[in-house]
Each structure stands twice: as C-alpha cells, then as structure tokens.
Write a protein that binds this ligand. Structure first.
Ligand code: ADP
Ligand code: MG
Length: 227
C-alpha cells in the first residue's frame, strides 16, 4: 500500500501585488515518498519558494489539496499548522536565518522550547545535534563568529533537533563557495542515507545531482521530471 509523505493535488496560489494578480502556482501535482531526496529547479520567480512555503505550512494555498503524512493540511487552523511545522518539518534557508547575538547552542535549543521540551533534555538534544554537525567546539559561538558553512551547519542542527519527518532546504548552498557547498551537500546526503526525506531548491545542476530526482517549476507548473 502506498503511503506517501507528501501528496499534493491541483495546488493553486495567487498573490495580489499592488492590485495586480500574480499567479505563483497554477495546478501543482506532486507526490513524495518517505526517504526520497528531491531537487526543485526552475528560473527565478517560477514559484519554487511559494511551493516550498506551502509544503512547509508557512503559507496556505488558495485551492487544491495537500496531505502531509496522510493528514489534510489545507483545512488546519493557524495553531495546528504551527504545531505541525514545529514537530514535523525542518527548514534550512540560503541566508541561514540564525538568531543574531545568540550562541549556536541557544539557536538550536529554540525549537525545543516551542515544542515544550524540558530544560535538561533541550540542552542534551541541542548539544548532540551540534556535535553531529561537527560543531562540538563552537557551541558558545555566535553567528557572526562563525563561517558561512558553520552557520549553515548550525541551521541544519536546528532543523533536525525536533526530529522532523521532512527537511526543506531553499537554496542552502546559495551563499557558500563551492568547497563549503560540497561539505553541506555531504551533510544532506548523509542525512538522506539515514532516512530523512529532503526537498531541496537549487539553481545549480551540480547540487541537484545529489538528489534522486529533479523537478522543474516553470510559471507555477511542474513541467519536467528527470529521474
Ligand atoms: P522562486 O522561488 O521560484 O524564485 P517565488 O515562489 O518566490 O519564486 O515567486 C513566484 C511568484 O510569486 C513571483 O512572481 C513572485 O514575485 C510572486 N510572489 C512570491 N511571494 C509573494 C508575496 N508574498 N506577495 C506577492 N507576490 C509574491
Ligand atoms: Mg525562491
């Protein structure tokens, strides 16, 4: 029996910008199985981030259905979406999105505070996540004291510390040089080998090649699927 992690049918999203309608998504169908590593490509403005934001429950579609782990997300209220986001989804962004003037450890602890995890377990799990990312000696460093690659590894630790079922990465190597970019992709490869489902947006073919399949978004539609 098929039990996909993500099942999207006929998804539409239109933004109103200065009175002009922007049709960001125009009928997306997408199924992602547990354990897959999928790359999302397409030119700037094609709708990649809009799709990822909806999959990550940061935004809601106007029309269509989205089931995550068999649960219909499109009918959930604000609090239910926030809970799902915190529990089941990890995010990694191009610009790392770490809290400034806050240690690596405190950055990674933050989602566990929202999840209601007690102080000692928070510290233990955050420490463990940072050690896995090779940052055992940088726990007390603040983002501006870390390199881009290190900041992105803190962000990955923060994304994983809640043990989500899905990792969403929007151009995670977009601000990194090629050596550091490879390091981050090695981290994502390892996570996927351990079973993490990953959806990755990238402009770079070399980065997309780490995924098992590549989807291309054009004008709000999936136009191509390269196996
Ligand atoms: P991509 O990530 O592929 O570059 P986006 O999903 O960010 O594309 O954007 C798709 C389209 O939707 C673009 O035309 C963009 O300008 C528009 N758009 C995205 N977010 C908003 C928003 N919050 N308000 C208005 N228009 C938006
Ligand atoms: Mg984008």
């Amino acid at each position: 029996m098929s039990n996909p992690l993500i099942e999207v049918r006929e998804l539409y999203k239109t933004y109103a910008l200065d009175g002009v309608e922007v049709k960001a998504l125009r009928g997306i169908d997408l199924t992602i199985q547990r354990g897959e590593f999928v790359a999302l490509m397409g030119s700037s403005g094609s709708g990649k981030s809009t799709l990822m934001n909806i999959l990550g429950c940061l935004d809601v579609p106007d029309k269509g259905s989205y089931k995550l782990q068999g649960q219909d997300v499109t009918h959930m209220n604000h609090d239910q979406l926030a809970g799902l986001r915190n529990r089941d989804i990890g995010f990694v962004f191009q610009n790392f999105n770490l809290l400034p003037r806050t240690s690596a450890l405190e950055n990674v602890v933050t989602p566990l505070i929202y999840a209601g995890v007690g102080h000692e377990e928070r510290q233990r799990r955050a420490t463990e996540a940072l050690m896995r990312m090779g940052l055992g000696d940088r726990m007390t460093s603040q983002p501006n004291q870390l390199s881009g690659g290190q900041q992105q590894r803190v962000a990955i630790a923060r994304a994983l510390v809640t043990q989500p079922s899905l990792l969403l990465a929007d151009e995670p190597t977009g601000n990194l040089d090629s050596v550091t970019s490879n390091e981050i992709m090695d981290v994502l490869d390892a996570l996927n080998r351990e079973g993490m489902t990953i959806l990755l947006i990238t402009h770079e073919q070399e980065v997309a090649e780490h995924a098992h399949r590549t989807l291309v978004v054009r004008d709000g539609r999936l136009v191509e699927s390269v196996e």
